[in-house]
Design a binder for this molecule. Structure first.
Ligand code: AMP
Ligand code: MG
Length: 401
């Protein structure tokens, strides 16, 4: 048998084949979490002027060095006011955020002054030196400096920098239109009556939750029977209206696993079918005629969730033009034996260990159908194929639920 790709190889295949999402312009207020499709340079020096950082008085440090300790207050310079010059031998009252008045070169904080009748007496033990309590022009960045590169995800600091560059809008990748399609004749909605031989439809909830926690909110849902005609018709509709299809179930070797065949009939080009991993070996991935990403996740609840986190999230990042994310490494907190000759996704609970820091305690399930045992776990680690025993302290990549 041809050897199957490893999880890393499968992820690389997904990243390589995913098509970039379209670009749109959005106003500043609607940019949180989006991925930049343009670069951003500094509009001006930052700070754009010598900026006062304390409420107090601005003086010439030379006067201080000459022995002057008493200064007549010649006026006030507040934040947002045009700069006024310091008349000789005097001081100006200044506020945080104001321009340092030309002629002065430092600020003495109000806490170190005694102010009466328009005069400021400075505590004799204050240390006065040029640029004390001043944030000098261009210290943080220079006009024209490259601040944000294409492919940057916009979090709080990036949004502040974008606004400071004077941009009211920015070009970003569109949010992907995702549809989660579950398949299986045995599945019944929560809230509906259920027979002893039927199963609750739970994967869509878990998958949608994992996506929502990562900021993907444009997620539709459908449920289809194990019927090739219905599958083909409905998947055709979903391909026409979505960028990413996440299918659960119907990709294994069973007689009712019609998903790969239906997808091929619809012109979805198979890139990947099966990965050398447990759980989740039957994973299917392909690219639709209009560049849609199509993931066929095995239906077992643990399999579908680990495959979503390991491959669908990587595909969504690639579509947005994001670079590979650094994977969090974590050490096992107890030894674990991997039996199959497959990469092993082991659910773990994070704990802190005095010697090793944060560790992952193995919390194996009763199999890929056992999602109840995932309660109390934080994610999974990826262990190399067995048979092998991995000692406590073995460092593995960690993926959070
Ligand atoms: P399949 O991959 O379609 O062969 O499904 C494998 C197992 O996962 C079966 O026992 C299914 O009942 C179960 N399963 C499939 N889809 C779901 C779902 N959406 N929610 C819960 N269990 C599911
Ligand atoms: Mg099924």
């Amino acid at each position: 048998m041809q050897s199957l790709p490893t999880p890393a190889e499968a992820e690389a295949l997904v990243r390589r084949h995913v098509e970039p999402l379209p670009i749109e312009s959005r106003p500043l207020a609607a940019l949180a979490g989006a991925v930049l499709a343009q670069s951003v340079r500094a509009e001006r020096d930052q700070p754009p002027f010598d900026r006062v950082t304390m409420d107090g008085i601005a003086i010439a440090s030379e006067a201080w060095r000459g022995g002057q300790r008493r200064f007549r207050i010649a006026g006030t310079q507040a934040a947002g006011q045009q700069p006024q010059s310091l008349p000789g031998e005097t001081c100006l009252e200044v506020m945080t955020g104001a321009v340092l008045p030309p002629g002065s070169d430092c600020v003495i904080p109000v806490e170190r002054l005694t102010v009466a009748d328009g005069w400021a007496d400075v505590d004799p033990d204050v240390i006065v030196e040029p640029f004390a309590n001043v944030h000098t022009r261009g210290l943080d960045c220079r006009e024209g400096d490259m601040l944000l590169a294409r492919g940057t995800r916009l979090g709080a600091p990036e949004l502040a920098v974008l606004a400071s560059a004077g941009l009211p809008r920015a070009s970003v990748r569109t949010e992907p239109r995702i549809v989660i399609v579950t398949t299986g004749d045995e599945l019944v909605e929560p809230g509906e009556p259920i027979e002893a031989w039927q199963v609750r439809r739970s994967n869509s909830c878990a998958l949608r939750g994992a996506l929502a926690l990562r900021g993907y909110g444009r997620v539709a849902e459908d449920h289809l029977p194990d019927d090739p005609q219905v599958l083909r018709a409905r998947l055709g509709v979903h391909l026409a209206t979505h960028d990413v299809l996440v299918l659960s179930g119907g990709v294994s070797m069973g007689r009712f696993d019609h998903v790969p065949c239906a997808l091929r009939d619809l012109g979805v080009r198979e890139v990947l079918h099966r990965v050398a991993q447990r759980p989740g070996k039957p994973l299917w991935f392909g690219i639709g005629p209009a560049g849609q990403s199509v993931f066929g996740l095995p239906g077992n609840p643990v399999s579908s969730l680990v495959c979503l986190l390991r491959y669908v999230v990587a595909g969504l990042e690639a579509g947005a033009g994001l670079a590979s994310r650094p994977v969090e490494p974590v050490a096992l907190g107890a030894p674990f034996r991997v039996k199959p000759a497959l990469w092993y996704f082991l659910p773990v609970q994070l704990d802190s260990n005095p010697a090793l820091g944060t560790v992952a305690l193995p919390r194996p399930t009763q199999g890929s159908g056992d999602f109840v045992s995932l309660l109390g776990t934080d994610g999974f680690v990826e262990l190399p194929p067995g048979p092998a025993e991995y000692a406590a302290g073995h460092v593995a990549p960690f993926y959070r639920w």
